[in-house]
Every structure is written in structure tokens, then in C-alpha cells.
Design a protein around this ligand. Sequence first.
Ligand SMILES: NC(=O)c1ccc[n+]([C@@H]2O[C@H](COP(=O)([O-])OP(=O)(O)OC[C@H]3O[C@@H](n4cnc5c(N)ncnc54)[C@H](OP(=O)(O)O)[C@@H]3O)[C@@H](O)[C@H]2O)c1
Length: 306
Amino acid sequence: MITTATVLVAGATGDLGRRIVRELLRHDTLVRVLTRPGTGTAHGMYGGDDRVEVHEVAYTDRAGLASALSGVDTVISAVSGARPVIVDAQRALLAAAVAAGVARFIPSDYSADYRRITPGSNRNFELRRELAADLDAAPIRVTSVLNGAFADMLTGQAPMILFKRHRVLFWSSPDQILDFTTKDDVARIVALAALDANAPRVVEIAGDRVTARSIAGTMTELTKTPFSLQWAGTTGTLAAMSRIGRYLSKDKDQAFPAWQGMQYFVSMFNGEAELQHINNDRYGPHDWTSVRDVLDVHLKETTDGH
Ligand SMILES: NC(=O)c1ccc[n+]([C@@H]2O[C@H](COP(=O)([O-])OP(=O)(O)OC[C@H]3O[C@@H](n4cnc5c(N)ncnc54)[C@H](OP(=O)(O)O)[C@@H]3O)[C@@H](O)[C@H]2O)c1
């Protein structure tokens, strides 16, 4: 472990980014928050903490990036977006990190395994793969954290569980393994990897590994109401639907349009993005939050279960 590490977090005002900063501050760290000028959000969020320094810099401002990165040990990126962010902004951040002599770069991956997916099948994964080529060619140590889907999304954003209709959707197979990790568990691992001088190129974690069938069973147990599996088509038909949605979409740079959500399910349910080298114990024993825990909390929070 590096002592009193200086870690710069880009995208620290975001949902995952703020959790990563919270985790970093549990350790002997100084945190620099890199945020785009204009919103003042970061100052509001971190202004009162003397271990956090806020740097308002545009990703096009090379001198500003150089000054923010000077003396930094590790860069963590938790920015979110499509090509202008995942490729363009992160390339600028990478170039500045290399120029400043930063030791390690953690890109904003935090996804399922994008490395083996079929070309053209998942836009957001392919943006990460495109950036990975630059990262691997750069003279800097790189660590990606791959975690499957955020388990928190099962209660809303990932429409796989039809809470009202007591169904769980699946494409092709109800027995395909699906990797899920909560945002808090991801943030913990990102902070630990940032402080780990020997962190490997990829850290794969899964807070839980489930199937559509096991989720239906869990929902049945938790609600004491039978949840049945519902075939929603094959991953091939879902891929075709996402292509149509993409063709018809107006804003090509939206980060998570509905068609991209479909592509995520395609990559998960056809097995291409399944994690193959999970190492949950790398940073010692931890009480991982399971899909069951997430669903249980959600059901208790929603009085009528919807
Ligand atoms: N595996 C999964 O299921 C899953 C689900 C959701 C998200 N993710 C991934 O997790 C990461 C973080 O996502 P999140 O939901 O925490 O993101 P978020 O809250 O939407 O945004 C994160 C930060 O990105 C920065 N940002 C936004 N637009 C930008 C732009 N045009 N240029 C540069 N920076 C910009 C902002 O920081 P400033 O305003 O401070 O600059 C923002 O606070 C992303 O890689 C995302 O794809 C994974």
C-alpha cells in the first residue's frame, strides 16, 4: 500500500464518483476532485473537507489538467457519457496523466466484460474497448474494474423484474449466469485498487451471480407470491430491436438510451460479457451485498411492492 496517496477523481460529483471519494477518505489519502467548470456542484459537495481539493478544469484545457495532475499518484475516472466523454475526455485525461508522471490510471469502465463482445453488438462496451487500446499503449499502469451490472439497477433502471406483474424476463436462456455488484461495493474495490501498488490490469468482482430463474425464486420467497419466468425473445431478436432503436434515435451521444439498455441485456444474456476471472477476495473478506439484499430493501421501502 502507498501511504498518503494523492488520488485524483474525475467525475467525483457523479453517482459512483462520490461513493469512490467516500471510500478513498476511509484511507490515508488526499483527494483531488476534477470537475468541469460552471456548475459549482463539487464545491458544494466537498468544500468543507480539508482532505479534498477541488480543481475546476475543462478536458480541453491542457495547462489546467497538467496543474491538477501534478504530484498525483493515481487517477480514477468515474465520468459518464458516450464517445465525447468515454473516449475523448478520457484520452485527454490519460495524456495529461502520462505527462505528469502519474503511476496508475483507472478508467471509467465499471461494467461487464467488454473485451470479447461481438463488434457492433454494444456501443458503450466498444467505446471502452477503443479507449483500452490507448490505455494499453500508454506508459502508465492501468487497472480496470469489471463488475457486471450495478445490482441497484434491478429495482428500476434495468427492467428485468416486472414487480407488478410478478414476472422475471429473460432472453434465450433463464439459466444464463448474470453478474451484479452494488455501486457501494464497486466503489470500495475501486478505492482499494487505487491504493494497491500491485493492482493487476483488470480486477473482476461480482457481488452476486444469479440467473433469471434464481431471481424469480428469490422474488417468490421475498414476496410470498409466485413470480414466473417470462421468455422475452432471443438475444438475436433483442439485438435486432436495439439496432432499429439506434437507427431511429435522434441524439447519438446520449449515454444510456433505451437501445443501449437492450444491448446491455444482449451482452449479458448471450454470455459474451460474463466475467471469467472473478477475484472477490483480492482485498480480503467482505460482506458483499447480494441481489437478494437489494430486492429485500426495495420491497420493504415500497409499501405496495411496486
Ligand atoms: N455497470 C453498470 O450497470 C453501470 C450502470 C451505470 C453506470 N455505469 C458506469 O459507471 C460510471 C459512472 O457512472 P455514474 O452513473 O456515476 O455517472 P453520472 O453520475 O451520470 O456522471 C458522472 C460524472 O461524469 C461527469 N461528466 C458528465 N458529462 C461529462 C462530459 N460531457 N465530459 C466530462 N465529464 C462529464 C460529471 O462530472 P463533473 O460535472 O463533475 O465534471 C458527472 O458527475 C460510468 O462509466 C458509467 O457508464 C455502469
